[in-house]
Ligand binder design. Sequence first.
Ligand SMILES: C[S@@+](CC[C@H](N)C(=O)[O-])C[C@H]1O[C@@H](n2cnc3c(N)ncnc32)[C@H](O)[C@@H]1O
Length: 344
Amino acid sequence: MNKLLTIKDVAEYLQMSKEKVYKLAQRGKIPVSRIENQWRFRLEKVDAWLEANEMGSIAVAAQEGVALQVPIRAEPFLKWAGGKGQLLRQYEEFFPKEFNNFLEPFVGGGAVFFYLFNNGRLQGKKKIFLIDSNEELINCYSVIKEDVEKLIKILNGSKFINTEETFYKIRSEEPKDKFERAARTIYLNKTCFNGLYRVNSKGKFNVPFGGYKNPLICNSRNLIAVSSALQNVEILYGDFDRCLKLAKKEDFIYFDPPYQPLNKTSSFTSYTKKPFGEKEQVKLSKVFKELDKMGCKIMLSNSDTSFICSLYKNFRIEVVFAKRAINCKPSGRGAIKELVILNY
Ligand SMILES: C[S@@+](CC[C@H](N)C(=O)[O-])C[C@H]1O[C@@H](n2cnc3c(N)ncnc32)[C@H](O)[C@@H]1O
């Protein structure tokens, strides 16, 4: 294919900023031609760079009516508080080598699901269940699975622009249509302060406007990849204990609940209107033990507190280090200890 791409096309195609593409071209990493004083890239050269950089498996994406052979990794489409993206390398050694089905009952942004999917670890699995008790989040997953093109069309429409006035208008709306609701959630996540999802006690999204210069509100390429990753997945709204009815022997269950706060002043992030306190942590440990008896392989992330250690004292407890963006103690800046609890 001889398609010539602009710097904007390449940035979108590679999911990186125009500045980064510019730097790669300047350093000669991606060959570029000048045509009528404009930079133009050949698709096959961009693909060659992608391949050399091992950016993932080959898939076919239909963008702007052109079928492009592109290496696609499906990545979390929302920034989510407590997202596990930065811990995946440390988690690698803890994921079971062999398992039957996969269940993730606190899916959030889905960093672990997408990681396992991109690395071919969910290939051939009969069943994959993603569960969360945040209704808006689950609606996004369902809509992306069902008709991603329709969602992209809505997000790319004139409504979703990055101005303060539009942000607060859209934040105050409660659309009934499921596609409009998903578009609203994605838009708010991309344009709000710090890109986080947080609701008040009435369940209303309450994060202020972020005022970012040029947020990518609709990352079509990733949404298409996510949609394709979800085709074999059951997406369920509800409490984590739903997994008790779904799991079978040898299934792998990854639990990433809201963490037990390290102290009373720890910043609190509410994903849903129902808080996740000690009572829920105890209930979760009971579900963990039940699944253990059923012969499932279970991995659970949580903070390093004596309370959590006591709940899982009969299981294997490993330590990982997470980077913390904000930490008032100078000694605590950098990395903070977290736990991974395993029954295998
Ligand atoms: C720490 S986050 C998960 C983050 C996720 N692992 C990621 O990488 O983005 C916890 C998730 O649990 C969900 N949640 C809270 N209470 C729940 C419950 N009782 N049952 C199921 N999900 C719940 C929240 O909506 C949130 O998405």
